[in-house]
Ligand binder design. Structure first.
Ligand SMILES: [Zn+2]
Length: 427
């Protein structure tokens, strides 16, 4: 049973953490239980944590890398006035691989990740202890380079990349339709592991930080995370979620901080049928009452009490990935919600969801992975804003076509990619 107390007294898998994937799995990828990443999963509000390979080791130093996008690479013309179709190249469908193509195009249009690949920075950060020997990162970088340096607009085949992703995550062997968000998780996790700047993850002693103020606690937990997980992928995609649990009897409040790679938002319901992204965020962060069988044990009362639980964002990532939970499962079947979720292309203001008011949390949209159809048969496409041209394009496997920004919002939108507005002044 869970307790009302500070971290690490929540035990993974408890009712408190029912909305999370396990925070600290002790096995690496190939051994990871399918329950962690099985989608669609109605009970996971956000469901991703990196696989960790526990190892006793001296602590590896971390360094931070400030990104600059002034230079993209010798062969890439960021002015966009060249005739070469930089970033406007399609990916061939190898047989139900539209889920993969959709995500690859979204990631390829993530400027800092693209530049990381174009400059071959990943080669200087390869993690020699990684059992995959960095083949996935290398293929991902190659593919990104081809998409951005190809002199022909002919679609390219991602088959070498597919070979690597299925070596890393065998569930992608074959040609079945897969969930794009799940694929994104596996891919980012795989890339991260191969370029983790921490050579061997240190075993960190548990520290008593209960007495610290929440902010300080959050910082400590974040630094602890970075001592084990530190890569370009983490720099870009990982944020920190704060979960607060308050006892209804004595008012004791305990907090837990967890890293997140994306947020899985429940789709709000409203009479009119149309909801906003902010409605979904409000639902995600809505205070929940834990009562009855769910009653946690209060750390101060030393007995089970009715408690309230609430999420806030302690640290926003540079790239905020928002997954709309369109798929839900019940005992009989999986169903899809095709609710139109209205989301802003510019200036998504997330400040009301911050633990601290002062935080910078205004985002601009740059890519969307769309799912059309239903659970029996569907198709994935991507809409991406070309970082060099500032224009939106539709990526439908091999076909890439210009589109109006007014068409970006649709009831097919499934995974939204936002970039912190202040991280780059250019739009
Ligand atoms: Zn209490």
């Amino acid at each position: 049973m869970s307790q009302v107390s500070s971290t690490p007294r929540y035990s993974p898998g408890s009712s408190l953490l029912g909305h999370y994937s396990a925070y600290e799995p002790t096995v690496g990828y190939p051994l990871r239980g399918p329950e962690l990443l099985q989608l669609p999963s109605p009970s996971s509000r956000y469901a991703f944590s990196t696989s960790r390979h526990l190892g006793p080791a001296p602590q590896a130093g971390r360094r931070s890398e400030s990104s600059s996008r002034a230079l993209v690479g010798p062969r890439v013309n960021t002015n966009g006035n060249s005739k070469s179709p930089q970033g406007l190249v399609g990916l061939r469908n190898l047989g139900n691989t539209c889920f993969m193509n959709s995500i690859l195009q979204c990631l390829s249009n993530t400027p800092d990740l693209r530049d990381y690949c174009l400059r071959n920075t990943h080669r200087t950060e390869l993690n020699n202890n990684c059992r995959a020997k960095a083949a996935l990162m290398e293929e991902f970088a190659k593919l990104t380079q081809t998409l951005w340096t190809s002199v022909s607009s002919e679609a390219i085949s991602p088959s070498d990349f597919k070979t690597q992703i299925q070596r890393y995550a065998p569930k992608f062997v074959g040609y079945n339709q897969q969930d794009a968000q799940e694929f994104l998780h596996f891919l980012l996790d795989g890339l991260h592991n191969e370029v983790n700047r921490v050579a061997v993850r240190p075993r960190l002693p548990s520290e008593d930080i209960d007495h610290l103020p929440d902010n300080e606690k959050g910082k400590r937990m974040w630094n602890k995370y970075l001592e084990r997980e530190d890569s370009k992928v983490v720099d870009l995609f990982v944020g920190q979620l704060k979960s607060s649990l308050t006892c209804s009897e004595c008012g004791y409040c305990s907090t837990v901080f967890d890293p997140f790679w994306d947020l899985s938002l429940p789709i709000a319901k409203k009479g009119s049928g149309e909801v906003s992204l902010t409605d979904c965020m409000r639902l995600f962060t809505k205070e929940d009452v834990l009562d009855g069988d769910e009653k946690p044990t209060c750390y101060r009362c030393k007995t089970r009490r009715k408690c309230t639980k609430k999420f806030t964002i302690q640290k926003f990532p540079q790239i905020l990935v928002l997954h709309l939970k369109r798929f839900s499962e019940n005992r009989v079947r999986t169903s899809k919600l095709s609710t139109y979720v209205n989301f802003p292309l510019k200036e998504l203001d997330m400040r009301e969801f911050c633990s601290e008011n002062s935080m910078n949390a205004v985002y601009n949209l740059y890519a969307v992975s769309n799912h059309s159809g239903n659970t029996l048969g569907g198709h994935y496409t991507a809409y991406c804003r070309n970082p060099a041209l500032g224009e939106w394009y539709s990526y439908n496997d091999s076909r890439v076509s210009p589109m109006s920004s007014s068409q970006v919002r649709s009831s097919d939108a499934y995974v939204l990619f936002y970039e912190l507005a202040s991280s780059h002044s250019r739009l």
